[in-house]
Ligand binder design. Sequence first.
Ligand code: TPP
Ligand code: MG
Length: 275
Amino acid sequence: MPENTSRINCKVLANRIRGHALRMTHGAKSSHIGGCLSIADLLGVLYGKVLKVNPTRPDWPDRDRFVLSKGHAAAVFYATLAEQNFFPLEWLNTYCQDGSPLGGHATRGIPGVEVSTGSLGHGLPISCGMALAGKRDRQSYRVFALLSDGECDEGSTWEAVLFAPHHKLDNLVAIVDYNKIQSFGTVEEVLGLEPLAKKWQAFGWTVTEINGHDFEQIEKALFSVPFEVRKPSCIIAHTVKGKGVSFMENQLPWHYRHPNDEELHQALAELGVSE
Ligand SMILES: Cc1ncc(C[n+]2csc(CCOP(=O)(O)OP(=O)(O)O)c2C)c(N)n1
Ligand SMILES: [Mg+2]
């Protein structure tokens, strides 16, 4: 079975993609570095170990599907795909520049990107469709959707949360990046979600809560899916927006701000990656 051939240590991968995302948002003067850094460890494990994908054949029919529902975190997603050889690393230098294939939100057509996302609240509904198609076609692939906590404010997300258990989609995994911050305020200030796990459970999902920066916990959860047969799985990952860069952690402005020269230098030094 063709699978990802370029597997590297998940922690190393997570650190590298943090470095790329910092350089990309600095170079493009673009937003969303905070929400990129909160999912780097999840992406490191997903692409380093879990997903059955093949960069030389991105449309391999049996591949697992990954949907970055929080499509504004495109920089770190593109960095992951480039590190995994879906396309050349050099493309990352063109991020958000005129004529580049890589825009500021995840875009279908770029090798490894299943769905265009960025308009929040669509990733889980689309993932439900993919999972239902897989069941009906008797395919073995799984569908992993990575959502933001902000997307749990949206009705379309909750329609999908209702839909998946009804259709017994145990090939579907929703991962919530619960970094507790949205664009202009904390989740608690904007629209509180608690008790979040109980809400997903009440809709019929099997739920586990993890520290989304603890590699053992991430791996254990992702290798245990489906948690129950005939039920979709939800992983609520408690994360830190801006994780890995001291002055970005839990700081609201880094949803929109890009690092200047000095901040980039300091951030890369903290991560121990080259300029
Ligand atoms: C439907 C929709 N409404 C508004 C936006 C603008 N927007 C971009 S990111 C964001 C919220 C950021 O918070 P969250 O969703 O929690 O993302 P994260 O913290 O993971 O970056 C919003 C409202 C959007 N992309 N799509
Ligand atoms: Mg958030």
